[in-house]
Design a protein around this ligand. Structure first.
Ligand code: GLN
Length: 192
């Protein structure tokens, strides 16, 4: 039975936990540095506000510890702000956070106020509902990045080694495809 840590500093972590309940995967909240010492098979970094989550990771001295775990192969799934936190580069900003994934992201890429919308499109070959909330997209992806979803000409989901990211919020729909993809393709068989 897998056990997934859900970063619970700010944002939509409860919705991810509900999704994990629905697919029968156990989970626990990561709120402080000591929670990162617990054994885990995977990690979810939720959507929310990347600046707020990034600041709390620094304040609680969790940034380097997280980086180290991801570098060592811990499967990680970042949604929306979670994608921004994992990106090597954030367009137009000198600041970045975990810098683990070879992507350049554009924050609030669809506009700040009216940038929220719903659509159905393909993720890894399956049509799924997608809710975008002041979402980023991937403006450029490195050569080892596998693109999993393109909406309106922009990359909105991708994978690099043990890292999966998406611009939209799969935890806000009834569709479990992306969470199941994370567990089946990235945790099962990761050899951890
Ligand atoms: N706009 C947010 C940010 O820049 C991300 C929005 C979200 O996670 N829904 O961090």
């Amino acid at each position: 039975m897998w056990n997934i840590g859900v970063l619970a500093l700010q944002g939509a972590f409860l919705e991810h936990e509900e999704m994990l309940d629905r697919i029968g995967v156990s989970h626990f909240q990561i709120r402080q540095r000591k929670d990162l010492l617990q054994p885990m098979d995977g990690l979810i970094i939720p959507g929310g506000e990347s600046t707020a989550i990034g600041k709390l990771l620094d304040d609680f001295d969790m940034m380097e510890m997280l980086r180290d775990k991801i570098r060592k192969g811990l499967p990680v799934f970042g949604t929306c702000a979670g994608m921004i936190l994992l990106a090597a580069e954030i367009e137009g900003e000198s600041r970045n956070y975990l810098r683990m994934m070879d992507i350049r992201v554009r924050r609030n890429a669809y506009g700040r106020q009216l940038g929220s919308f719903f659509t159905c499109d393909e993720f890894a070959g399956r049509r799924i509902p997608m809710t975008f909330i002041r979402a980023p997209y991937i403006a450029e992806a490195g050569k080892d990045v596998q693109v999993l979803s393109v909406v309106g000409g922009h990359i909105v989901a991708a994978r690099e080694r043990n890292m999966l990211v998406c611009s939209f919020h799969p935890e806000l729909s009834d569709d479990t495809t992306v969470h199941v993809y994370f567990v089946e393709n990235m945790i099962a068989g990761s050899g951890l």
